[in-house]
Design a protein around this ligand. Structure first.
Ligand SMILES: Nc1ncnc2c1ncn2[C@@H]1O[C@H](COP(=O)(O)OP(=O)(O)OP(=O)(O)O)[C@@H](O)[C@H]1O
Ligand SMILES: [Mg+2]
Length: 484
């Protein structure tokens, strides 16, 4: 197995990635980084959570020179939250380099972004609309750009973005390296990409399935009018440490979020109608574990990394098949275990079959929690909800009191190094590492109380929650045919 130093990476970057908790390169990193360092155009397809960000982050930082005029590299991403996350990752990787990087995105202060661009940066990350805006205003000079990265390339080259992306590309020097990334790149998108690339090398990390194998997937048959109550029951039984719930529309997100807030959960909503400042705060607090349920549209489906996200629920079956892959890929990242549950109504069943065919795996049906399972979990569920609410209240109070005093600096993400600390059972190899079963509710309560005192603690194992009864493939087919 290759080490990072075998890949030709410079010492300051090796030191930074080691501090980020990266011990060995993932498969896609081992395979693609040498090509990128060789200045080849690349189309990289590799599963969610497999470490694609470092595949472009590391070579770009290594091959740009902060003493020369910039920006020398541009990264395009489909959502503002992802753009901010990518810039955050670059800042971590460049901790021991003199590079300056910045991020530009819609509904953010144009003035602050312009000032930051004027100071001189090596790498700019942004959403296409805002990048184009800065190019037109002359704030972002593109003539020195030698590297272009399009993350979530299939999304960026679909109808919603392609015009803006092409307009940006037309302003860039032809003599540049272009790198494309996604967990899903359909052949037709690959064909379109090639119009803007020079002899690209395709790097595909092959797998019979599109989804991450260590994500435990199930679906539940529900009636459309009982989705909310079934969601509540499922949460009471599962008691996830943190959970992302996807709905197809902004209205549904708001409705589900209000319903769960009414039940006492620490829950927030994320969608395109929410002001950007609040969106950023929501995602930041969710990443910090300050509340445990996030209800979102597909705006949260691409690229976002939330440490220790244990459960994804598709409250609605996604409209696009690849959305399923990206949504559930918010869990089960970097070798950690994850669970994904999908609510399927009678109308959705054909869409589910299409998703199964598309991802190359059969998603087992599970029975919804029975009354007796629910009753056996009620006491611990109440404790779990209360503990999470306490965490939210105390962190809100402490962040309010400290926000004025602490300047916003980019320190290494706490979750990086403690990664080994917080998950001592994760093996060194992120391709093969597997976490143990979810933490039992009693332990979760204890942990939440500990976090109230702002002390990081190690997770410990214990008895898993009672497993929900799984249906065999035979039972499922019989049910599909005979309806029972
Ligand atoms: N070599 C490594 N060792 C350990 N952790 C790693 C390594 N490389 C990346 N990671 C971590 O794995 C997580 C997932 O990485 P990243 O976000 O780059 O995945 P991705 O392939 O871009 O996923 P997606 O398709 O969802 O965008 C991040 O927390 C990242 O810091
Ligand atoms: Mg990514």
């Amino acid at each position: 197995m290759k080490s990072f130093s075998d890949l030709g990476i410079s010492a300051p970057i090796l030191k930074a990635v080691a501090e980020m908790g990266f011990q060995t390169p993932t498969e896609v990193q081992s395979k693609a980084i040498p090509h990128a360092l060789n200045r080849e155009d690349l189309i990289v397809t590799s599963k969610t959570g497999s470490g694609k960000t470092a595949v472009f982050g590391v070579p770009m930082l290594q091959m740009t020179n902060p003493k020369e005029s910039g920006p020398q590299a541009l990264i395009l991403a489909p959502t503002r939250e992802l753009a901010v996350q990518l810039d955050g990752e670059l800042k971590l990787i460049s901790k021991y380099l003199p590079h300056r990087t910045t991020v530009v995105y819609g509904q953010h202060s144009l003035h602050a972004e312009t000032e930051s661009l004027k100071k001189g940066v090596s790498i700019v990350t942004g959403t296409p609309g805002r990048v184009l805006d800065h190019v037109k205003r002359g704030n972002l000079v593109t003539k020195h750009i030698r590297f272009l990265v399009i993350d979530e390339a299939d999304r960026m080259l679909d109808l919603g973005f392609i015009d803006q992306v092409v307009r940006i590309i037309k302003t860039l020097p032809r003599n540049r390296v272009t790198l494309l990334f996604s967990a899903t790149i359909p052949p037709e998108v690959s064909r379109v990409c090639k119009n803007y690339m020079r002899n690209p090398t395709n790097i595909v990390i092959e797998s019979p399935t599109k989804t991450v194998d260590i994500i435990e997937q199930v679906y539940y048959r529900v009636n459309g009018n009982e989705k909310r109550s079934q969601l509540n029951r499922l949460l009471l039984v599962e008691q996830p440490d943190s959970c992302l719930i996807f709905c197809n529309t902004r209205i549904a997100v708001d409705q589900v979020c209000s319903f769960l807030a009414g039940k006492g959960y620490a829950v927030q909503a994320l969608h395109g109608d929410i002001p950007q400042g609040r969106r950023m705060q929501t995602i930041r607090q969710f990443k910090q574990g300050k509340f445990h349920l996030l209800v979102a549209t597909d705006v949260a489906a691409r690229g976002l990394h939330i440490d220790d996200l244990s459960l994804v629920i598709n409250y609605d079956v996604p409209m696009e098949k690849d959305s399923y892959v990206h949504r559930i890929g918010r869990t089960g990242r970097a070798g950690q275990r994850g669970r994904a549950a999908t609510f399927v109504t009678g109308e959705d069943i054909m869409s589910l079959y299409e998703i199964e065919e598309h991802i190359g795996a059969l998603i087992p049906e599970a029975d919804l929690p029975s009354e007796s399972v629910l009753n056996s979990r009620r006491a611990s569920a109440e404790q779990w909800i209360r503990a999470k609410r306490q965490t939210t209240r105390s962190t809100k109070a402490s962040s309010r009191s400290s926000s004025k005093r602490t300047p916003k600096t980019h320190t290494p993400n706490k979750s990086r190094q403690p990664k080994q600390e917080r998950s001592p059972r994760v093996s060194a190899d992120p391709q093969t590492a597997i976490r143990q079963r979810p933490i039992p509710p009693a332990e979760q309560v204890k942990q939440s109380q500990i976090r109230d005192k702002s002390v990081e603690s190690k997770k410990s194992g214990g008895t898993p929650p009672p497993a929900l009864k799984r249906k065999t493939v035979f039972e499922r087919i019989a049910k599909r045919i005979f309806g029972k």
